[in-house]
Ligand binder design. Structure first.
Ligand code: SF4
Length: 103
């Protein structure tokens, strides 16, 4: 049986400022990691990254947010980013990794 590898790319659509203290994670505000920090990446930048991922043969594109969980505001932003990517880049599976979510 042939083995297949599923390639995906990620975009950190919000970065830093998490109040949690996971020792491995650069997103924690309690650590001094040298990272870019922003609440929301510009949608046009996210779409450009998705196009670049597709051009580089990615099958999936994951919208990653910092923080332990989703709130309504963050969820709206993830949805906005997802719609923009789906409208602009065909045949790219959009994934989201955003911590804990309620129904
Ligand atoms: S909750 Fe998530 S984003 Fe926050 S420090 Fe832990 S792993 Fe990082």
């Amino acid at each position: 049986m042939a083995k297949k590898v599923y390639l995906c790319a990620i975009s950190n659509i919000s970065s830093g400022g998490c109040s949690e203290d996971c020792g491995f994670c650069t997103q924690s505000a309690r650590h001094k990691a040298n990272i870019q920090r922003y609440v929301q990446k510009d949608i046009s930048v996210i779409v450009a990254e998705a196009k670049n991922a597709k051009n580089n043969k990615a099958h999936g594109f994951c919208l990653v947010t910092s923080g332990k969980e989703l709130d309504d505001k963050k969820l709206e932003f993830v949805i906005e980013a997802c719609k923009a990517v789906k409208e602009s880049v065909k045949d790219l599976i959009v994934i989201a990794c955003n911590g804990i979510a309620t129904l």
